[in-house]
Design a protein around this ligand. Structure first.
Ligand SMILES: [Zn+2]
Length: 224
């Protein structure tokens, strides 16, 4: 089961345990740039940011921009941390056997992600419901699952499905529903339109897919 979860997340591509045979150092290998120990990836990102700065007509050596490539490289570590989050560790020890088969609803989970088409943020709230079979997951883990998928280059539709599939995989519940609302900077900042509709995506599995009354009940909960 856990292997499937890894597959599902594309985690295998970034697995620390497979060593550095593929030359991907995962940020752990020191690169000697003369002064600091920076990973090859960080140095490469810094170089790329300098290239962008130069080519948009900036001077990357002016005072305000000098630290920018380094700041961006470090920031990506944080806002794209989802690639290296271990989903197995994330849920480890947080599954509990409970006799409860009404919906568990966690709503208004704030998330920040990055659109993969423009590398600009999209953000909003995720709402999640599941109907347990015999297991529930610790409350704090649901936002962590959302965060793991949000902190990547994403499209909102795929993120919605990935969250639902991971909960389905881990809990084997009777049903899962994920509804996500997102405001996308790439559409907000561009063009002349000053109205910014939020995008809504949803993905339902099991009973939530089959039973429209259950689905409606969940949607009604979201309006409260
Ligand atoms: Zn975009």
């Amino acid at each position: 089961m856990l292997d499937t979860v890894k597959e599902l997340n594309g985690f295998h591509k970034h697995d620390h345990t497979n060593g550095h045979a593929n030359g991907h150092s995962n940020g752990k290998v020191a690169h000697n740039d003369g002064k600091t120990n920076k990973s090859e990836e960080k140095v490469a990102i810094e170089t790329a940011v300098r290239t962008i700065l130069t080519n948009v007509g900036e001077d990357p050596d002016r005072e305000g921009l000098l630290g920018t490539p380094d700041r961006i490289a470090r920031m990506y570590d944080e806002i794209l941390a989802g690639y290296t989050t271990d989903p197995v560790k994330l849920v480890n020890g947080a599954l509990f056997d409970v006799e409860y088969d009404d919906p568990v609803i966690v709503k208004e989970i704030e998330y920040f992600s990055m659109c993969e088409h423009h590398m600009l943020p999209f953000f909003g709230r995720a709402h999640i419901a599941y109907i347990p079979s015999d297991k529930v997951i610790g409350l704090s883990k649901i936002p962590r699952i959302v965060e793991m998928f949000a902190r990547r280059l994403q499209v909102q539709e795929r993120m919605t499905r990935q969250i639902a599939e991971m909960i389905d995989e881990v809990l084997q519940p009777q049903g899962v529903a994920v509804v996500i609302e997102g405001s996308h900077m790439c559409s907000m900042m561009r063009g002349v339109k000053k109205e910014h509709p939020r995008m809504m995506t949803s993905y339902m599995l099991g009973k939530y897919r089959e039973d429209k009354d259950l689905r409606r009940e969940f949607m009604d909960q979201l309006r409260k």
